[in-house]
Design a binder for this molecule. Structure first.
Ligand SMILES: [Zn+2]
Length: 331
């Protein structure tokens, strides 16, 4: 299958090398001011290959680099690409610490705390500091130091329009998967670039409420502007009708998961999140690869977020007993 897909006459998606679920696409807009949405990682797309692709499209340079969110698979190359092309980097303000590498180590990554939570045998042991050090050294060497740091970032927020000469991208702020997520709407071409707000996203950072609101926003805008194509950060772009259906299924599955938690607690309480885990998920909910479930413990992330959401809605409550957190129904 070709790595370069043509979405419209002047819009292309470059798919990464290697695993497409773990490496992100680069979208290339051959507008009067040529732009890309996301940069990919050094593992997914290297600079020489990328330049070759640009030449084949008759693009001399890149004016603007827009970052859908600051996860490494989407933005690792940003510093390198910005320097090579002298391009302006555009992102949400919450993406700045990672893009500028001003936060170091795992603390820069919002999910690290959850990783520690999900692997209690390793990270709650007395050797925690050692495991952290080894992982951190590897991570810094293989991931964080590569790709370089970004010097300047132009920030955008909800409703801003990025002018590319003969194309315009309207910014939708869509937190949930990350706290800096942007979707980009090209009304004339009827395309919505959705980043990682994908209806099978393995990971949610902010909370269920944000995530739900962002999906509803995506559905609203795609209806209102009669969007034909949804271009995701991973895998192939999707027909908007199909993708909207996927979003609705995903929303429904989230409801089902929360209802199951409440039903379980009605039958027996208190329960820990581990007790509930085997009963929560539908097949469609986690239609992604085993690698996420095993390495990133994504199901544990999700159940933690559901429980947080139900507590926030005052439907359940929790209490600590030793290292365990126990959940009860609210009376
Ligand atoms: Zn992401």
């Amino acid at each position: 299958m070709p790595r370069l897909l043509r979405i419209r006459k002047n819009v292309f998606t470059l798919r990464p090398r290697g695993n497409e679920w773990a490496n992100a696409n680069i979208n290339i807009l051959k507008s009067r001011k040529p732009a890309i949405i996301d940069c990919g990682s050094t593992f997914g797309t290297n600079i020489n290959y990328f330049k070759k692709i640009l030449r084949s499209l008759g693009i001399q340079t890149i004016d603007k680099i827009i970052i859908s969110h600051s996860h490494i698979d989407h933005c690792q190359n940003t510093g390198l690409f910005a320097e090579q092309f002298g391009a302006e980097v555009i992102a949400h303000k919450n993406a700045i610490p990672i893009l500028k590498r001003s936060k170091q180590g795992f603390d820069a990554f919002d999910y690290w705390e959850l990783v520690e939570e999900a692997f209690p045998r390793i990270f709650h042991s007395r050797l925690n500091w050692l495991y952290r050090r080894i992982l951190l050294m590897g991570f810094n060497f293989f991931v964080y130091k590569r790709g370089g740091r970004v010097k300047n970032v132009t920030t955008v927020s909800e409703g801003d329009v990025i002018d590319l000469g003969d194309m315009n991208l309207e910014v939708l702020f869509t937190p949930g998967h990350s706290d800096d997520g942007l979707c980009l709407l090209e009304k004339k071409l009827k395309i919505l670039f959705t980043g990682d707000m994908i209806p099978w996203t393995p990971y949610i950072h902010t909370n269920i409420e944000d995530f739900r609101t962002s999906i509803l926003k995506i559905l609203k805008y795609s209806d209102e502007f009669d969007i034909k194509t949804m271009v995701r950060g991973h895998l192939r772009p999707q027909d908007a009708q199909i993708e909207k259906k996927n979003y609705r299924i995903f929303l429904r599955d989230m409801d089902v998961a929360e209802k199951r938690i409440l039903t379980l607690l009605k039958h027996k309480q208190p329960l820990t999140s581990k007790d509930m885990l085997p009963y929560i998920f539908q097949r469609t909910h986690f239609a992604h690869q085993l690698i996420y479930r095993v390495i990133m413990r994504t199901q544990q992330f999700w159940i933690a977020k559901y429980l947080q959401d139900l507590e926030h809605k005052k439907l359940i409550k929790s209490s600590k007993k030793g290292k365990k957190t126990l959940y009860y129904l609210m009376e």
